[in-house]
Design a protein around this ligand. Sequence first.
Ligand code: GLN
Ligand code: ZN
Length: 768
Amino acid sequence: MLTQNLGYPRIGSKRQLKKACEAYWAGKIPLNDLQKAAAEIRETNWKLQQQAGLDLIPSNDFSFYDQVLDMAFTVGAIPGRYHEILTELKKPELDLYFAMARGYQKDGLDIIAMEMTKWFDTNYHYIVPEFTKDQQFKLFSTKVLDEFKEAKRLGIHTKPVLLGPVSFLLLGKEKEAGFHRIDLLKALLPVYIDLLKKLESLHADWVQLDEPFLVMDLKDEEKAAVRWAYQEIKKAVPGIKTLLTTYFGALDDNLTLAAGLPICGLHVDLVRNPEQLEAVLEKVPANMSLSLGLVDGRNIWKNDYQASLELINKARAAKQDERLLIGPSCSLLHSPCDLEEESNEHTLSAELKDWLAFARQKTTEITALKVIVEDAGSAKSKALLEENQASIAKKRTSERIHKPAVRKAVEGLTPNHSQRKSAFASRKTIQAEKLYLPDFPTTTIGSFPQTKEVRQWRSQLKKEVLTENQYVDNIKAATQEAIRWQEEVGLDVLVHGEFERNDMVEYFGEKLEGFAFTQYGWVQSYGSRCVKPPIIYGDVSRPKPMTLFWTTFAQSLTDKPVKGMLTGPVTILQWSFVRNDQSRKATCQQIALAIREEVKDLEKSGIQIIQIDEPALREGLPLRHAEWNDYLQWAVECFRISASAVEDSTQIHTHMCYSEFNDIIEHIAAMDADVITIECSRSQMELLDAFAQFNYPNDIGPGVYDIHSPRVPASEEMVTLMQKAQAVVPYRQLWVNPDCGLKTRGWEETKEALGRMVEAARKLRAAI
Ligand code: GLN
Ligand code: ZN
């Protein structure tokens, strides 16, 4: 049996890569220093995995920005607009690479970046390859070969990792009409073959080809493409041991296809879908190796060795040991680096730490499993298993996790909990009488600029440079100023500004029970951006109000309504590491009940409008269409649980952004928020079409300006956008607001833009 890893986090345990890249982009360090920092990370990672005792250690899993961009770069899929950077400016290759990821605005050039989108159902974002009809490919970058040689020099014979040709094409986008990107396979494959031959001549044996699309619904042409690609590879480079990896789901209807390919090994994800093992064992031929994905690459929990052993033993009963590999479910890219960095008892107690494994710990789990299997009966094997099972047992029964009252509350849920008292039409009349808002009411999405000053107060509070009282006074002053200014500019529904929040999920996680935090648990989100998701380890409850103080403080300063601002249950779930001992649905219901309590308290204290943000609702969609309905049912239900405890007169808003609505519009409608605000300006209101076609009955605030840019649009531009909206949605349903929160903007442009937005609303009112 071989042990292997599919990919190691490349950011460095202290985010060294982020720091080096950002310094290089700012012109603070030369290219050489950046290369050195990168080489150090690779060396450290390889050596860590070697020390852990892994047989197959990946190379080319390192990336300066993104592995999909790396593949585009490798096969020379470089859009024409970037060519000048090399040909005219004679810049180094890496500058061209970064230009594709981030755009290039200097040396008299203004070239936009390539698009970015989510990597399957993770929170990692990749750069979308661009293809033209007569797209040419050639081996442009030798990164794959260079990194293989680099490891070799360090005495480590690695397994190069490549994004497979079919998944690479499917992840991309056609930039002109008249072809489908899968048609490009014939042109692309020779480059893969060239690369594999070169690896062969460097004496590579195993090569990993990632084809995660095999866990998705595939069309017949796509299946045929997979078949053709791997037959050609086998014919051209028979000496390379191809390991085809699938992850994030089960092969299901693609199993026959995968097991019938002329590949040397197949990797399956047994964390997401342990139940697929039986069918896989039946289908995979005797001479094909099978790689068992046992250790969760996407979550932070310690592996349950006993459960893994059961799967391994099942496989051993059907297959020879020489034909088995064990490893993580997917690349460890999605795990934080090293649990040993965590030393703060306040954020992560020793008890909790004992239940966790980050990337480094996961590599040793993989080799431990092999020891337990192969040296069964030895003292070492017994000790490893016993120690692991002791931790698992403690977690199973810990009182920190299991709260009978929370269980009872969830069991007590009835359809009534997710039902407002009256239908929207009646609520609208009641709310109109109470709130007395004009047509085209104006509002914002919640946050106001998080200036350096504001962020500094938070860090000073942490370092005890500021006392709690001083900190609160500062935030009060900022809130007061924001309220005064919103009144002055003439907004209709005000917000408190969210100055007290670091992050829309972390803020709530810190106030809820059942959440824990790490100091260094960073995971790459995109490029140099990392996130530090909270860990939901136990039953979730709300020991005391979370937002009441700041919302009621803001409301006390004005006669205009101040909107309470909450993060919704699905978004909190989606942006955290979640429990693996109960369903996502069950965890989400617990969070929903906690938010519901907050909503009730806000209402009781006189807050008349409450917004429950759900920007991550769409991201939670399963990879297989057949599973969409089930997810959407409980996700919408959880939102409704959080929103439905109020009187008809209380207005519930929700907010979503950077999301398409066409295929889920009936579920968005089922959320039954009185008002939904959405990002819309970049699509020129096109996103509204889904609402219009559905005859969406409730109120909508389509964003009238892009908050990602410091650009301040003219009020006429916003009027034009709203007129477009009015053409498809009755004006009595429309609100006027920006695309999203303003926390990344500066005050000056914010004031300017909102002033013009209010002016635009006045013009719209005058025109009806
Ligand atoms: N209320 C949040 C804000 O304004 C919403 C952020 C989001 O949609 N991501 O910042
Ligand atoms: Zn948003």
